[in-house]
Write a protein that binds this ligand. Structure first.
Ligand SMILES: Cc1cc2nc3c(=O)[nH]c(=O)nc-3n(C[C@H](O)[C@H](O)[C@H](O)COP(=O)(O)OP(=O)(O)OC[C@H]3O[C@@H](n4cnc5c(N)ncnc54)[C@H](O)[C@@H]3O)c2cc1C
Ligand code: SF4
Length: 444
């Protein structure tokens, strides 16, 4: 190892390979059968269980936990996957502390919920590991559906359509399927190639083709898809990023956090991935946290996350922010970037303190500067709808409760659609529900 966290500049190998391997390994180890039974024993199997209501995909949680408790993990997996076909990734990435576990009656009573996420992972991984697909297709209907995007929304939609007997072609911009499960989620939540294993397993249903490297708006048009297919589902996520419009934003090493994260996720050997010594991340959401934490895990000496509003307004959960603090990320709130300085490349960034005033957020007049060899921008992603003449709402595609857009025969779901939180599980739910509505529409 030639470099250390104190080496100046943007360099690889700040930490030795063994430390890097530990840092990017699974955040939580998998339960073994005994641990799973013990954890399952804590469930009260509530009638009208609040954990089910809190799950966007409405998994029958008490049923699957009962199945684990009685030694039937395969049955448990089927219960989960029948509602959420990406149940394995969701078990790893769902903010369970605000969803199912956050509403568990044992949390209210004892401050310690049933570990629903880890139990879900235990059950679903059993099937994934043996690559066994538990569902089969209905008789072929002869209907063909185009799905744009092979992220959680597109995959969930495609799987449910295929199950209902339709033939599906997915058009995906990236070379690999999986969407942000493959290119965005923090590496330590998706260790050991789980995102691709899950896609391969999901494809076991049959009837789904994925055309990778195919971008709607460039390689194929919506009008073309509408002509060639019986229905279209748009699940292309948010491919654009908000611009930072301050002086110095064009300096070298001022980067979009999502690009850094994608590069990290695709890097076969993290000891070759360069990282700065003084990293500043602008933003207060999950992307900002993931960029900051993973910079620290790569060995950056100082990582500071700066958000323009207060902590309560941050999109990242308390759990994520605590995790960032534990990993040594310094979090500064109520400060907005005003200028970036450097010669050719970034050397310093200046922030102004903010407060809420009569006309919204205002600067107090007091400023401070942070040394930075890298600035990651995590100030929000945007829809790249291109030339699609679809009605938008708040910059996203407007949909009704069934996922129908303003265009006949065109549905949408996931991050690109308005309403709902930008979470993997929400994307799965919207993709699945749109598929059922498409199926109903095509069955008449
Ligand atoms: C850094 C980061 C960390 C996150 N961490 C979490 C987390 O821990 N937990 C959680 O629940 N959520 C997390 N999220 C949010 C979650 O990843 C998304 O809500 C989810 O992936 C949305 O799924 P989707 O299918 O709508 O879109 P995406 O996952 O973005 O997939 C979109 C797909 O469409 C394709 N595509 C894009 N444009 C086109 C086009 N024009 N033509 C054809 N194909 C196209 C892309 O190649 C991609 O495969 C995170 C997001 C980010 C950015
Ligand atoms: S709320 Fe908690 S205890 Fe009740 S069924 Fe759900 S996991 Fe079990």
């Amino acid at each position: 190892m030639t470099n250390s966290p104190q080496t100046d500049g943007i360099v690889p190998s700040r930490l030795d390979p063994a430390t890097l391997a530990t840092h990017f390994d699974d955040l939580y180890p998998d339960f073994d059968a005994h641990e799973a039974r013990v954890a399952a024993d804590r469930c009260y199997f509530c009638y009208d269980a609040p954990c089910v209501t809190a799950c966007p995909t409405a998994i029958d949680i008490p049923l699957f936990i009962r199945q684990i408790q009685t030694g039937m993990p395969d049955g448990a997996a089927r219960t989960i996957l029948s509602q959420n076909i990406l149940g394995s990734m969701c078990a790893r990435v769902c903010p369970t502390e605000t969803l199912c576990e956050g509403s568990c009656v044992r949390l209210t009573a004892e401050g310690n919920p049933v570990e629903i996420g880890r139990l879900q992972r235990y059950a679903t991984d059993q099937l994934l590991l043996v690559n066994e697909h538990p569902f089969s297709r209905a008789a072929r209907t002869g209907k063909r559906i185009a799905v744009v995007g092979a992220g959680p929304a597109g995959l969930a939609c495609a799987h449910r359509l295929a199950m209902n007997g339709h033939d599906v072609t997915i058009y995906n911009r990236h070379a690999k399927a999986g969407g942000l499960n493959e290119y965005g989620i923090a590496a330590y939540k998706a260790a050991n190639g789980i995102a691709q294993s899950e896609v391969d397993w999901l494809m076991g249903i049959g009837g789904i083709e994925i055309a990778t490297g195919m971008t709607l708006g460039t390689d194929v048009t919506l009008a073309d898809l509408q002509t060639r297919f019986d229905a279209v589902f748009l699940g292309m996520g948010l491919a654009g990023v908000n611009a930072l419009t301050i002086s110095g934003a064009d300096l070298d090493n001022v980067r979009d956090a999502v690009d850094f994260i994608a590069e990290l996720r695709q890097c076969p050997d993290l000891s070759t991935l360069p990282i700065g010594r003084h990293v500043v991340v602008i933003g207060g959401g999950m992307t900002a946290v993931d960029a900051a934490v993973q910079s620290r895990l790569l060995g950056a000496e100082q990582v500071t996350m700066v958000y323009r509003r207060n902590r309560e307004a941050m999109a990242a959960s308390d759990y994520e922010l605590d995790h960032a603090a534990t990993e040594g990320v310094k979090i500064i709130t109520d400060a907005a970037p005003v200028a970036i300085y450097g010669e050719g490349r970034v050397q310093e960034i200046e922030f102004a303190y903010t407060r809420s005033g009569a006309n919204g957020l205002e600067q107090t007049g007091e400023t401070f500067r942070l040394r930075a060899d890298t600035v990651f921008k995590a100030i929000g992603q945007t829809l790249e709808a291109g030339a699609i003449a679809v009605t938008l709402e708040g910059g996203k595609i407007a949909i009704d409760a069934s996922g129908r857009t303003s265009l006949d025969g065109v549905w949408a779901g996931g991050d690109c659609a308005a309403g709902g939180e930008d979470l993997t599980v929400t994307a799965v739910q919207q993709g699945r529900d749109a598929a059922e509505d498409i199926h109903a529409a095509l069955s008449h």
